[in-house]
Design a protein around this ligand. Structure first.
Ligand code: ADP
Length: 251
């Protein structure tokens, strides 16, 4: 962010490097229930980002001193694979992944009915297989679907998307070069049905008007993303019913 550069991010036709308009999302696809061993899972592609989320629990939290006697603890672990970026990323937790894991845990605690499961853990493992900006939003979006797929009691799903500023214009969903050379990046996560904000960060600077415009774009995108999340769950549910019918016919 804010790196000095002559790179032009918007062309004379008002289009971005990948041909998108200011208010256009990268393509998002989600598939729920892709892992057999996890209680719930989701695989999400978002532009060139590829993210897998796996959920386990609620289950007894170990070590026991980490238990909360009045509610479950949501433990998200965000990890970027060594091969997720063009220069090999040093494996293991770093400051950035610890920060993102904490943000995601706190956001998900807002939707899970944690009071129903004292002393328990809900573990959410997020593996970023390919990263191309916006991975915290992609991770939170995938994790919400995986939680729902696990059947964990929750009020709703969270959808997340960033908006920002490039070449003086407020735009939706920054790509990698836009993130590197743009002026601001504002990741947002909301519960789309209530507009409750569960994550909001700002890297760079925006005026109040620009911030309002960025929020308008990001909130609108979260609602679109929410429909993709719901659709992934519907597809998962209908295929398992079909499987069940086949099973009965075989008998
Ligand atoms: P987000 O992925 O949520 O936008 P950042 O703004 O911190 O988070 O990172 C932007 C992008 O920069 C990431 O999506 C990734 O493509 C790239 N990136 C982050 N960390 C590294 C790293 N250690 N090595 C190479 N690229 C990285």
């Amino acid at each position: 962010m804010g790196m000095d550069s002559d790179i032009k991010l918007i062309d004379e036709n008002g289009l971005r490097l990948d041909g998108r308009k200011f208010d256009e999302l990268r393509e998002i696809k989600i598939e729920a229930g892709v892992l057999q061993r996890a209680d719930g899972s989701a695989y999400l592609t978002w532009g060139e980002n590829k993210v897998m989320a796996a959920v386990y629990g609620p289950r007894e939290l170990h070590p026991r001193h980490a238990q909360n006697p009045s509610k479950a603890v949501v433990q998200a672990r965000y990890n970027m694979a060594a091969f997720s970026v063009s220069d090999r990323k040093r494996p293991g937790p770093d400051r950035r992944s610890v920060e993102i894991s904490k943000l995601i845990s706190e956001a998900l605690e807002e939707i899970v009915f944690v009071e129903q499961f004292p002393r328990a853990a809900v573990d959410v493992f997020i593996e970023v297989l390919e990263a191309s900006a916006g991975t915290r939003c992609a991770a939170l979006t995938a994790a919400s679907v995986a939680l729902a797929d696990a059947g964990i009691p929750m009020s709703d799903m969270i959808a997340s998307c960033a908006a920002g500023k490039i070449d003086g214009h407020v735009v939706l969903d920054l790509g990698q070069k836009e993130d590197n050379f743009g002026e601001a990046d504002v990741p947002l996560a909301i519960v789309p049905r209530t507009d409750k904000v569960t994550l909001l960060q700002m890297d760079g600077d925006l005026t109040t008007e620009e911030f309002d415009k960025a929020m308008e774009l990001a909130v609108g995108a979260c609602k679109e993303i929410y429909e993709i999340q719901r659709d992934a769950l519907k597809r998962r549910y209908s295929t398992s019913l079909e499987g069940y019918e086949d099973f009965e016919e075989d008998e």
